[in-house]
Design a protein around this ligand. Structure first.
Ligand code: GUN
Length: 283
């Protein structure tokens, strides 16, 4: 049986450590603050934003939530971001994605001051990740790295396969694994003989957004399997990109969905917000 990598428990530990750090910072007059912006009514996004607010409370981080209507214009959103860029009580700014279609995602990401970009989506921060000299780790990939650490498996020298090439997860994930000296392969929808590649992985990260896409027979015996997918099935149940029932019989360690990577993303966001407060001397 595979070891279960319980993100919920690891994230609780990280948040408790952050709370202690935040208390110390407050004594020095530094107060971390996170602004979360959500545009529209996407139900999944609303859940994610609520989780982020709750995590702020747990860590003693000040938070402001801006829930804007679907018909908010790009100019209005840019104006809010500009205000928050200049607000000393706000250390970090997060615009929940996706934004409505009439708003250009790239323009929004580019408008966030890089020193407040706690998602690490701004091209300046993406570039810093590429060269390995970064202030902010991208939240989901950073959470994945913590869970790999939890498995007890050393990344250095291992065959690491990332399935998915999104800007939010796949690409930065590959960089973080590379920084820890993994031998990294990125697979995607055009990859030929996918199972051949995944079966070679000592560490497999699935981030494709297709329910139960990776089956047990695509996994190497004893591999560390990290499932970034959160898919809602027709019966309303959540499931990952990995078929858990078949995968756990083969894997050495595996994340559950929910309760695996999800809570880690939020914990890493809190970590970035504390870092931003120190950089920006927020008060
Ligand atoms: N939507 C899905 N994942 C994320 C994330 O990590 N950050 C933001 N801002 N939006 C998201």
């Amino acid at each position: 049986m595979a070891k279960l990598l319980m993100g919920k428990e690891v994230s609780a530990r990280i948040k408790a450590e952050l709370k202690t750090e935040v208390d110390k910072l407050k004594e020095k007059g530094i107060v971390p603050g996170l602004a979360v912006i959500i545009v529209g009514e996407d139900p999944a996004s609303q859940v994610y934003v609520r989780n982020k607010e709750r995590a702020c409370e747990e860590c003693g981080i000040y938070s402001e939530k801006y829930a804007l209507p679907e018909e908010t214009t790009q100019e209005e959103l840019l104006e809010l971001i500009n205000t928050l860029n200049n607000k000393t009580s706000i250390s970090g700014i997060l615009v929940q994605l996706p934004v409505p279609k009439h708003i250009d995602e790239k323009t929004i990401i580019n408008a966030i001051a890089p020193n407040k970009d706690v998602d690490a989506f701004h091209p300046v921060n993406v570039g810093k990740i590429m060269v390995g000299n970064y202030d902010f780790m991208p939240c989901t990939p950073a959470g994945v790295m913590e869970l790999i650490k939890e498995s007890g498996v050393e990344v250095s020298g291992k065959e690491c396969v990332v399935v998915g090439r999104s800007n939010i997860v796949g690409k930065p994930q590959a960089m973080l694994l590379l920084h820890q000296n993994g031998t990294v392969t990125i697979c995607h929808s055009r990859t030929k003989n996918l199972a051949e590649k995944t079966k070679n992985a000592d560490i497999l990260v699935a981030a494709v957004g297709i329910p139960n896409f990776i089956k047990g027979d695509m996994i190497k015996e004893g591999a560390v399997v990290i499932d970034v997918g959160i898919n809602r099935l027709e019966n309303k149940k959540l499931c990952g990109d990995v078929e858990f029932e078949t995968a756990e019989k083969v894997a050495g360690a595996i994340t559950p969905v929910p309760g695996g990577v999800g809570p880690m993303t939020v914990a890493m966001l809190m970590k970035n917000t504390v870092k931003a407060a120190i950089i920006n001397k927020s008060k």
